[in-house]
Design a protein around this ligand. Structure first.
Ligand code: PHB
Length: 402
């Protein structure tokens, strides 16, 4: 049994202490200094940053977009953040905490990174919260929307450059209540993100007078055939559907929704991940007319976004995604925070994160709230044909509920 897997069987507080102690022993054995819990123990010229994203599983394409976004920022800034040359250490989050938590622990204890950026899956983020809190290493979540990470379980050491699940779902509720004069069926992947996006949507939709026709949650990462669920939707006589799926699951759901004959009869809505990036390219015409809420679209008509889309296309050979923007912005935030701090990481970096102010993002300017989460606009988007491709056209800005 490896040291890390033996440690993973210990109770939580003992576990964090044991991980940090084991890494100090490993470092001493290599002739390195003992572990400085406030930072990465690195030379002043170079800084190591851990990039934890899925390189395998349902969300692997999302991980690739995030790597591209982070790397684009580095390329545009001479490979430096805050004046220091960056060495990126990439690790595979896989499909959730079973793989993501040990991978993050290895980045901190063995690779000695100053901070970890990434995390796609809400369940991974929830599983990591205590480790980063207790080891006092900053974690910049660049996707996972788990509500509690910047809510009930907020930590000084956990920051987010993406969104909160409940906010993305909640942004769409009033618009759907206004557009659909009937009942809406709710369906999502059965884990924290799916449950929270549906809960956020339900709250604002019902408050705006909307009615629910039924709901279903599909086993995450295991559902390829959506026919039984699509039959239940048809039987419910719903007038519209709200869905959360992302990555490979989003491709299958939207294609099968179309093949089953629901598209064009029962309006499909969702959080924007349902039709984002490579997912949309794979869905093609099957996604036409799908309406979603998100904080980004390649079609946002601003000079900042036009410039970003061109630069990203030049690097990746395809259009960017919200995932790429979130990771690009994480690099931008670290650039500012590292420039304003000692570079040691830990509490010093956290203090600097609190002072980064407005971020000039391709999604539009945003800043951190007191909860360490992004304060930003959401847009209503609709899938349309444009120049031989399908895109998420921006219909309008959504009003923020509450
Ligand atoms: C999440 O698990 O929080 C999550 C995953 C993929 C997405 C959005 C949210 O596209």
């Amino acid at each position: 049994m490896s040291v890390l897997s033996a440690i993973s069987r210990l109770p939580r507080p003992t576990r964090t202490a044991a991980i940090l102690a084991a890494s100090a022993v490993a470092l001493a054995g290599c002739g390195g200094s003992s572990l400085d819990q406030s930072g990465g123990g690195q030379s002043s010229g170079e800084i190591k940053i851990g990039l934890l994203v899925p390189l395998s599983g349902v969300y692997a394409p999302i991980g690739q977009d995030m790597r591209n976004g982070f790397q684009l920022y580095l390329d545009q800034h001479g490979g430096k953040l805050g004046g220091r040359t960056v060495k990126v250490v990439t690790a595979d989050e896989g499909d959730g905490p079973q793989t993501g938590v040990p991978a993050a622990q290895k980045l901190v204890t063995q690779d000695q990174v100053t901070t970890v950026v990434g995390v796609v899956n809400s369940a991974t983020a929830l599983g990591l919260r205590d480790f980063f809190d207790e080891s006092k290493r900053p974690l910049l979540v660049a996707n996972a929307g788990a509500d509690d990470i910047t809510g009930a379980r907020q930590s000084d050491y956990v920051w987010r450059t993406s969104f909160t699940n409940g906010d993305v779902g909640g942004a769409l509720g009033p618009a759907v209540a206004d557009e659909v004069k009937g009942e809406v069926y709710l369906i999502a992947a059965d884990y924290a993100a799916g449950r929270e996006m549906v809960a956020g949507f339900r709250k604002t939709f019902v408050a705006a007078g909307g009615k629910i026709a039924g709901e279903d949650y599909t086993p995450f990462g295991k559902t390829q055939d959506f026919q039984p669920y699509l039959s239940a939707i048809r039987k419910s006589d719903a007038d519209a559907v709200f869905a959360f799926y992302a990555g490979a699951e989003a491709v299958n759901f939207v294609k099968q929704y179309n093949e089953f004959g629901l598209a064009g009869k029962t309006q499909l809505y969702g959080t924007g991940f349902l039709t984002e990036g490579g997912v949309l390219a794979a869905q093609g015409q099957a996604a036409l007319g799908v309406r979603t809420s998100l904080h980004y679209s390649t079609e946002l008509d601003t000079p900042r976004n036009t410039e970003f889309v061109a630069a990203y296309r030049g690097k990746a050979g395809k259009p960017p995604t919200a995932y790429a923007v979130q990771a690009y912005d994480a690099a931008a935030v670290l650039d500012k925070a590292l420039a304003a701090s000692s570079g040691k990481g830990g509490a010093d970096l956290v203090k600097a994160l609190g002072g980064v102010g407005a971020v000039d993002s391709p999604r539009g300017p945003w800043s951190f709230g007191a909860d360490h989460n992004v304060q930003q606009k959401y847009y209503l988007r609709e899938v349309e044909s444009s120049g031989g491709a399908v895109v998420n056209a921006v219909v309008r800005e959504l009003e923020q509920a509450g």
